[in-house]
Ligand binder design. Structure first.
Ligand code: ZN
Length: 63
């Protein structure tokens, strides 16, 4: 089953749900929609360190 909940910004509560992923790609993304949140990384870190909201530009840590 694909997760079907709307992710929201923890600061301004805006929906972070983006466009719907084409049906044939949903399995590889393990989601039904793209996300609008922005992954913030640093040059020395080879991974996303925290997320940024595209609307209020606050950020929060990965879970
Ligand atoms: Zn926000």
């Amino acid at each position: 089953m694909l997760a079907d909940y709307v992710e929201r910004c923890p600061h301004c509560r805006v929906s972070l749900q983006g466009d719907e992923i084409p049906k044939e790609q949903q399995k590889s993304y393990n989601a039904t929609h793209f996300t609008r949140k922005i992954g913030i990384t640093k040059l020395e870190a080879d991974r996303i360190l925290y997320w940024e909201c595209p609307d209020c530009h606050n950020n929060w840590s990965l879970k």
